[in-house]
Design a protein around this ligand. Structure first.
Ligand SMILES: [Zn+2]
Length: 1018
């Protein structure tokens, strides 16, 4: 799946602590998770654990146990200790105590009988007293005395909907029965928005069992048979499971479960859901599409809905003649039915996970092309059929690239890509039937090169998934990064090779900076983290899995010798084809091809612990001391002893801006020494910012680098310059360098012309400015603006308003002009209004360059007539990328009644599609009036919002972070905490809430520390 990144605002991060080290990772706390009236569990399933007085259920999810054991082991390795050794040494210690209690020798003289009797009596007395004291509980002589021990806790089964005990008590399914094949028949009714379904599941028991447990959610099952005999499923709704009890299934003997059911087409964005849009005549059109990742296949058909339960699927769909249907595989035949409907049948699928199954019933137009034996097609609603060609061209190139790169031909003979009018994620990689937002697939006349960069990126990401994710799939959601980190990395790598004009390198550099910022909080989590609940699964779709995942893959690739990465990846895909994997399988494959590195050992330090290192460099002549520590922006007093195997790279002033200059040093320990020639003037570490770490050069080191940049900035690559800017700001947040040092670094900026360092500096400065604005510190806001203008005015004034084809220049110009117009500087707003007027006068036919649309529309939207004109244009535009820029402009209004209207419209879905609500909220939050209003709006409408978007989902993470990340007072922190703690099971446990609280605490700290400094230095 590709998340839809609403803006380059801070994204949420997970708060889970390094739960790899939890004592009991596979505990189901039934005291919490089951209803109060419960039935006893099968004693075989239960282990009492008196130490914790919690009821532990083990052996229920066999696969669970394995995984957690792996987690234990890898964690132990990471810590350089062995849990196995620990228990065996404990056993040895116990044995030695026992040995010491045995008499070791005889007496040296013979006592008298009297003495012997008295001695025996005294000994017996002492022994009795010792025994009494020994066996008394430790609480006996304490002030509080002993509480009654918590002896028998009732063993429980959850209660199913029929009031009887449900035979399973774990969120994960048992592995006693595995599915082999599904026959699915679906008949959606796009008038009543309901569907009928039947599924026939062929299964193989892995051992004798008396029960069947699988997933089903919101499906009304009307009939069920097992081996042709009618059975009655029982349901446990909180876990979205159904079960069939008292059956006799024999190991290895295939059996067939058949279920007929009905359900509503979902109104949220998951499951088999209804999507609608207004066509150019103003008529509302409907369609039905699916979005199953991560946990929603169970909403369309009963199934074993975990990624490791791979099976084949044969899909049939009954539809009306006015629609077409699509599924993962090519259609084999269509048969007219007696009731006037048509029955489409699709080929049996390859072996795959349930979350990759997909089907669509809609009225769509398409174009197709044969690419190396694969029929590639792009579908859109009829009004937009002219906007599909760019996607087809890009997909053709990318498919050929991946066929060659992975050395495995794309396994299906068709690949459909479909633009869905109302769709929440950016795109979804369903095998053979990739679904997209319209913005991420369609390219019209109005699209800018920047829009094309987005479309190409998303296509590259989704096609990469056909191998990484679809062919080889993570075993469980804890290793989601194996899908998402890889698809993200492949998207940047393939675009750099195939579409150099799209300037994807700058975008990837930004992504790495963003990932560093997110991973610097204590509420971050390891890339591979323990995941249990549905909310935790949803929350894995975050920056750590995607952006940090992609960043560390770049680091591995640039550390290995040329060609080794590709070779290792190809071997991994071939070895695990059609199977499921864990983190370590990938590293082991890369280790096996590397001549120089133990990749597994190195990369475990990056995936199994959270955060990243800060490397401090201190130099005395020719000796350089390197020290590593956890870079942690901590609002509490957390201390971390995490260490990483860092493949450090560095260049120096004699050779600094070519790949051949790069030298490598692996830092594994807390500190190490490096020898350099004594005539070296300066060192720059982390060449092109390809490693996932931050470097502090110390006062002298920074001074030398800043001086070098001021003399001739071209001694460093533009990536290295951007990284220095990024690092100096990050270090000032950590308190390691003074704000004065930051401003010293900024002084070279007046000579800077490259996009990456300029946008990084502007982004950092604007972040500070926005926080000051929200505190209404008008004096400082004025000074900060003046500071920004003094450094960037010339550059702002030199930007053109005409057509610009370079993506890098478009990125820079739109950033600069948005700030300039926002500050009402120069003639920015006049230029914008002139373009807007031309566009209106020409009836929207006169072209506004795509990268400037947002700034032009945002200026226009501040006036009444401009806002109304834009709203009208928004309703009629068929170009989604243009529409979104109009929407952002509308949401940028400072008018409170319009802010109220647009938020409401985004929630109701009538004028503005629900999919845009996160974008509306994050845009509204940029203005002072908007950000106060948006927070109240989110609080008041939480119930409705979480009905549309799942708790923990990327959309919810985005909404929480955008509404709260600019808070910087204790009162606001208190308010956030009060609100979320009142939600209980409706979101109080979300990791993004913890992150939001931490961010506010850090903002408060930053303000306390730096306000005076800013007043002194600005
Ligand atoms: Zn993805």
């Amino acid at each position: 799946m590709e998340q839809f990144d609403e803006e380059r605002a801070p994204l949420p991060r997970n708060m889970i602590e390094n739960s790899l080290f939890e004592e009991e990772p596979d505990v189901v706390d039934l005291a919490k998770e089951t209803p109060s009236s419960s039935y006893p569990l099968d004693p075989d399933d239960v282990v009492y654990e008196p130490r914790t007085s919690r009821l532990l259920v083990r052996g229920l999810g066999e696969n669970d146990g394995d995984e957690d054991e792996e987690d234990y082991e890898s964690s132990a390795r990471l810590l350089g200790m062995s849990f196995m050794n620990r228990s065996s040494s404990q056993r040895a210690a116990a044995a030695s105590v026992y040995t010491r209690q045995n008499p070791s020798g005889g007496f040296c003289s013979v006592p008298s009988a009297k003495t012997l009797v008295a001695g025996v009596f005294i000994l017996v007395l002492i022994a009795s007293m010792v025994m009494v004291i020994y066996f008394l509980p430790g609480c006996t002589f304490t002030k509080d005395g002993c509480k009654k021990p918590n002896v028998t806790q009732e063993v429980v089964y959850p209660i199913s909907t029929d009031g009887k005990p449900f035979p399973w008590a774990d969120l994960r399914l048992p592995t006693t029965v595995v599915p082999v094949h599904y026959d699915i028949l679906l008949q959606p009714n796009l008038t009543t928005m309901t569907f009928q379904g039947s599924v026939s599941i062929t299964m193989t028991p892995q051992q004798d069992t008396d029960k069947l447990v699988l997933h089903s959610s919101d499906l009304k099952i009307s009939r069920a048979t097992l081996q042709g005999v009618e059975v009655k499923p029982t349901e446990y709704k909180p876990y979205q499971q159904i079960a069939i009890k008292d059956v006799q299934l024999k190991k290895g003997q295939q059996c067939v479960l058949k279920l007929n059911y009905t359900a509503n087409l979902s109104n949220s964005y998951d499951g088999f859901y209804n999507s609608s849009y207004l066509d150019t005549t103003g008529t509302r059109r409907v369609l039905a599409a699916t979005q199953f990742e991560p946990l929603a296949a169970r909403k369309a058909f009963p199934c074993f809905d975990e990624p490791a339960f791979k099976a084949t699927f044969s899909v049939k769909i009954k539809r009306e003649a006015g629609y077409i249907s699509l599924s993962n595989m090519p259609m084999t035949k269509t048969t007219p039915q007696k009731d006037g409907l048509l029955l489409d049948e699709f080929e049996k699928s390859v072996t795959m996970s349930t979350y990759l199954v997909a089907f669509i019933v809609a009225n769509l137009s398409s174009v197709s092309r044969n690419v190396s034996g694969t029929e590639v097609s792009v579908y859109a609603v009829p009004d937009k059929k002219d906007q599909v060609n760019y996607a087809l061209d890009s997909a053709a190139k990318l498919l050929e690239f991946y066929n060659e790169f992975f050395d495995i031909h794309y396994p299906l003979n068709k690949l459909d890509m479909v633009a869905i009018p109302d769709f929440l994620a950016g795109a979804m990689e369903n095998w053979g039937l990739i679904t997209f937002r319209e913005t991420t697939l369609l390219v019209g006349n109005h699209s800018s090169p920047l829009d094309r960069q987005l479309v190409t990126s998303v296509i590259a990401h989704e096609i990469a998934h056909q191998w990484f994710g679809n062919l080889v799939t993570m075993k469980w959601w804890n290793d989601l990064w194996l899908n998402e980190g890889f698809a993200s990395y492949m998207q940047y790598m393939s675009i750099e090779k195939l579409f150099p004009e799209l300037d994807i390198d700058n975008e990837f550099l930004n992504v790495r900076f963003r990932a560093l910022a997110k991973d610097s909080l204590n509420s971050s989590h390891p890339i591979s983290a323990v995941v249990k609940t549905p909310e935790q699964v949803e929350e894995m779709f975050d920056s750590v899995s995607y952006e940090k995942g992609a960043s560390i893959l770049l680091m591995v690739n640039s550390t290995l010798n040329e060609g080794e990465f590709q070779k290792g990846v190809t071997e991994y895909l071939k070895k695990f084809k059609s199977r499921n994997t864990v983190n370590e399988d990938l590293w082991n494959s890369l280790s096996s091809v590397s001549k120089t590195f133990n990749v597994t050992e190195m990369m475990n330090t990056w995936t199994l612990q959270k955060g990243f290192p800060l490397v401090t460099v201190s130099r005395k002549g020719s000796e350089v001391k390197l020290t590593q520590e956890h870079f942690l922006l901590d609002a509490g007093n957390f201390t971390s002893k995490n260490l990483w195997h860092i493949p450090l790279t560095y260049v120096n002033d004699s050779c600094s801006n070519a790949s051949g200059c790069k030298q490598v040093f692996v830092l594994k320990e807390k500190s190490a020494k490096l020898d350099i020639p004594s005539d070296v003037n300066w060192l720059k570490f982390n060449f092109k910012n390809e490693g996932f770490y931050i470097v502090d050069y110390g006062v002298e080191g920074w001074r030398a680098l800043i001086e070098a940049l001021q003399n001739d900035m071209n001694v460093l690559t533009h990536e290295d310059r951007a990284a220095l800017v990024n690092n100096v700001f990050m270090l000032s947040r950590l308190g390691k360098v003074s704000f004065r040092q930051v401003l010293n670094m900024m002084n070279y900026m007046t000579n800077e012309t490259e996009t990456a360092p300029l946008t990084e500096a502007l982004g950092q400065l604007m972040h500070i400015l926005r926080m000051l604005e929200k505190r209404q510190d008008l004096d400082l806001v004025g000074r900060m603006k003046a500071y920004i203008i003094s450094h960037f005015q010339d550059l702002m004034d030199s930007q053109s308003w005409g057509v610009e084809n370079s993506v890098a220049k478009q990125t820079l110009r739109s950033t600069l002009l948005e700030i300039s117009c926002n500050f009402y500087k120069g003639n920015c707003t006049e230029q914008a209004m002139a373009l807007f007027k031309k566009w209106v006068d020409s009836n929207n036919t006169e072209h506004i360059p795509g990268d400037l649309m947002r700034v032009v529309f945002s200026v226009a939207a501040q006036a009444d007539d401009g806002w109304n004109t834009l709203l009208e244009a928004y309703r009629h535009s068929i170009y989604d990328s243009e529409k979104r820029k109009m929407l952002e402009a509308l949401a940028s209004t400072h008018n409170v009644s319009r802010i109220a209207w647009i938020l409401k419209a985004g929630l109701s879905g009538s004028d503005i599609q629900n999919q845009e609500l996160p974008l509306v909220i994050s845009t509204v939050c940029r203005s002072f009036a908007g950000y106060l209003y948006a927070w109240n709006f989110v609080k008041e409408n939480w119930e409705k919002i979480t009905q549309k978007f799942p708790i923990g989902s990327f959309a919810i993470q985005n909404i929480i972070v955008s509404t709260t990340s600019q808070f910087s007072t204790k009162l606001q922190l208190q308010e956030l905490q009060n609100f979320f703690s009142s939600l209980k099971d409706k979101g109080s446990q979300m990791r993004s809430v913890e992150e939001a609280a931490e961010t506010i605490k850090l903002n408060i700290q930053w303000m306390d520390k730096n306000l005076d400094t800013l007043r002194n230095w600005l």
